[in-house]
Design a protein around this ligand. Structure first.
Ligand SMILES: Cc1cc2nc3c(=O)[nH]c(=O)nc-3n(C[C@H](O)[C@H](O)[C@H](O)COP(=O)(O)OP(=O)(O)OC[C@H]3O[C@@H](n4cnc5c(N)ncnc54)[C@H](O)[C@@H]3O)c2cc1C
Length: 289
C-alpha cells in the first residue's frame, strides 16, 4: 500500500495528551505493548489506517515543552524530538551549527507536511528514505532515550534495524537528540528523487576541520544508512582532494549493497547515484579549502 492508497478509517483508540515527560513515560509503561507515542502523526496514522499496527492507546507528546526546544549546552547541540522540520529550518542554531540537518530538513516531505513532521518521528519511522538518520549520523549524533525506569544513550547509527524496525523498546521515548559539537562543523546534504518523487539516494557529509574528522552517511540505498569516516573512505589529509575523492568513491562502491526495488530505481542505478552524490558533496565541502 502506498501513500496514494485511499484512506481507510482509523481503528478505535484512546487519546492521551501528555503535559510532561513523567506522565508520558508512565502511560507508556502502564499500556506497554499496546500504546504508541504520537508526534506529527504522519507515519503513525498511516500505519494505523493500513492496520499494520493497532495500538489501543495513543500518547501525544507534542505539547511537552522540553521536547520542543533547541539548545546549546556543554554536551553540544540538543534538539527536542518534537521539533518539526519547519522549526529546524527556521532555527539559527541548526543553520549555523548543524548544516547537514538544516539542509536535510527541507526534504522531509513537502512544505505542508514539514509543519507536522517531527525529527523524533522521522528517526523512529525507520523508513529507508527518511533524511533524519543519515543527516544526524554524519555528525556522530546520539539519542537520549528514556523509559519510566531508566535512561540510556543510543548512537543514531545504532537506531535502525530494518524497515520500520528500530532498537527502541516499546516503553521508550527519544527525549533528546544530541549533536556532540558546538560549531566548527561544515557539511552538506544532497538527495536525488526519481520522476515519481521517490528517493534514489541521499548523502550527508560533515567536516570537523579542527579535529580533522570527515564523516559521510549514505541513505535510501538500503534499509539503513551506511556510515563512513576518513579511515573507511581511505581519506589521507596530505593527498590532493581529487585523489581522495577517487579513493573514497572506490571505497563506497565496494561497501554499499544497494537494494533492488525497481519501482523506484534499480540497484545499479542507486549505486551509481550514491557515488555521484558523494563526489558532489565532497567537492562542495572542500571547495576553496
Ligand atoms: C507523501 C509523504 C512523503 C514524505 N517524504 C519524506 C521524505 O522524502 N523524507 C523524509 O525524511 N520524510 C518524508 N516523509 C515523512 C516521513 O515519512 C514520516 O512520515 C515522518 O517523518 C514521521 O514523522 P512524524 O512526526 O509524523 O511521526 P509520527 O507519525 O508521529 O511517528 C512515527 C513513529 O515514531 C514514533 N515516535 C514519534 N516520536 C517519538 C519519540 N520521540 N520517541 C519514540 N518514538 C517516537 C511513533 O510512535 C511512531 O511509531 C513523507 C511523508 C509523506 C506522507
Amino acid at each position: 500500500m502506498s501513500y496514494n492508497t485511499p484512506n481507510i478509517s482509523l481503528p478505535k483508540f484512546t487519546y492521551y495528551k501528555a503535559d510532561n515527560l513523567t506522565d508520558a513515560l508512565s502511560l507508556l509503561k502502564q499500556y506497554n505493548g499496546n500504546a504508541r507515542v504520537l508526534a506529527g502523526g504522519i507515519e503513525l496514522f498511516k500505519q494505523m489506517r493500513q492496520r499494520l499496527i493497532v495500538p489501543e492507546h495513543i500518547i501525544d507528546i507534542k505539547g511537552i515543552e522540553e521536547l520542543r526546544k533547541i539548545d546549546v549546552t556543554d554536551r553540544g547541540i540538543e534538539i527536542g524530538p518534537a521539533v518539526t522540520a519547519v522549526e529546524l529550518q527556521k532555527s539559527q542554531i541548526i543553520r549555523d551549527k548543524c548544516p547537514p540537518l538544516f539542509k536535510a530538513a527541507a526534504f522531509m516531505g513537502d512544505r505542508i507536511l514539514q509543519n507536522s513532521v517531527t525529527i523524533g518521528g522521522n528517526l523512529t519511522s525507520g523508513l529507508p528514505c527518511t533524511e533524519g538518520v543519515p543527516a544526524l549520523m554524519s555528525m556522530d549524533s546520539v539519542l537520549e532515550v528514556r523509559s519510566a525506569e531508566r535512561s540510556r544513550i543510543l548512537p543514531v547509527s545504532d537506531l535502525v534495524l530494518n524497515i520500520r524496525k528500530t532498537t527502541l523498546n516499546s516503553d521508550e521515548i527519544i527525549t533528546k537528540i544530541i549533536v556532540p559539537y558546538n560549531g566548527g562543523l561544515s557539511g552538506g546534504y544532497l538527495k536525488l528523487l526519481n520522476a515519481s518523487e521517490m528517493a534514489v539516494a541521499n548523502v550527508a557529509v560533515a567536516l570537523f576541520s579542527a579535529k580533522r574528522k570527515l564523516r559521510m552517511a549514505i541513505g535510501a540505498v538500503s534499509v539503513k544508512p551506511y556510515y563512513f569516516d576518513e579511515s573507511t573512505l581511505g581519506w589521507k589529509w596530505n593527498e590532493p582532494i581529487e585523489e581522495n575523492i577517487r579513493v573514497a568513491l572506490n571505497a563506497i562502491g565496494s561497501t554499499i549493497q544497494p537494494m533492488a526495488y525497481n519501482r523506484v530505481a534499480s540497484a545499479e542505478y542507486r549505486g551509481e547515484i550514491a557515488k555521484v552524490l558523494a563526489a558532489r558533496a565532497l567537492k562542495e565541502l572542500f571547495r576553496g579549502a
